[in-house]
Design a binder for this molecule. Sequence first.
Ligand code: HEC
Ligand code: HEC
Length: 367
Amino acid sequence: MHKSHPHILFAARPGLPTAIAGIRRSAGLLTAAALLSGLAACKQVDHEAAFRDAAARPVMLQLHRERDALSAEPLRALTPTPAAEPDAMVSLGQRLYHDVRLSGDDTVSCASCHDIAKGGDDGLKTSTGIKGATGPINAPTVLNSAFNFRQFWDGRAATLADQAKGPVTNPLEMGAAWPAVIAKLEQDADYRQAFEAAFGDATVNEDRIATAIARFEETLITPAPFDRFLLGETDAINTDAKKGYALFKSYGCVACHQGVNVGGNLYQKFGALQAAFEIQTDVDKGRQNITKNAADAGVFKVPSLRNVELTAPYFHLGTVDKLGDAVRVMGSSQLGRTIPDDEIALIVEFLRSLTGEAPQLAAATQN
Ligand code: HEC
Ligand code: HEC
């Protein structure tokens, strides 16, 4: 079936537990909710503190909990936010995100690998960084990443700001050193002004760069036709997408792809019921790299399925090109089921209803 993708296996592993009922909804949903409520709060208060302390706002958390409890659906609607004028912090973050000066040789920006207008990723199996370096893993989308309970496939970054520091010094990505990046930005009078507008003074440092980029990323939210459907607009998606959503629930995809990001709120083994791939390199070990626990080999953050139509190729190594094939792999590896072709097509139609509008701020060009 996947001759061109020898990395993907279908060997049965009968000894593995057959019930996924035990998969529990993670507190990550609430963390995401806290981040969202942080968005509103960030407008009036100190941005850095607000972002750090997203979890310390019990009132907003409680509101989100109540809203969650009221809904009978396993997926949550993104509520469209009114298109506000970007504030000084968001504008600065947007510029930094598109600025190649964050790389060692002024050739690579965040947008090189996360093209906002094209699904928020690079369309490659694994990413290409500075001087054509080939990275070891597939680039996930930045769109809606503010809703993920952790960042990276193995969840090693707790927040978007933590995450944003990684690629700049990664030799296979942007290959830069912070002092050099900071010196380049400090020489630019426009940047000095922009940092002052965002932070109150013109100091440029690593934390501020990461914070501003994270604030920009928090605006990369893409409400989709499916959200309008969840919010009561019954004709927002077609009949096939509705059938596909019913199958997505009845097959049990929602046990793992759930909540506001249709994923992004728990860790699961790729190959929960049937071996899905051979562990060949360190990146294949997933969570095991972080926890050092052998049971975590092949465990990854369940990816968000928002905009998944646009983010081929699929899985952490980009081993599968077609969305329908990815759904088929999920059926066997995660659910122990062979999903018939007509149902695969319906599930794909549902997944396509998760494609949102590219965020308005996407129009920015490379600096
Ligand atoms: C050379 C390509 C490349 C560049 C440049 C790059 N990234 Fe990434 N990004 C990746 C890859 C690959 C991953 C996955 C790495 C992993 O999980 O180990 C990733 C992961 C992420 C994630 C986590 C998403 C998720 O769902 O876990 C975010 C957010 C992100 N990058 C934002 C950025 C920002 C901000 C910048 C600029 C400071 C940046 N990236 C620069 C390739 C790149
Ligand atoms: C037991 C948990 C679990 C279940 C059930 C599950 N998935 Fe997944 N899904 C994952 C994990 C984990 C990954 C990431 C695997 C990897 O790349 O290492 C994933 C990845 C995917 C991807 C690829 C996303 C990307 O950006 O690469 C798609 C598409 C997908 N799942 C759809 C589905 C569908 C449709 C179903 C139901 C038929 C389903 N999943 C059931 C855990 C699950």
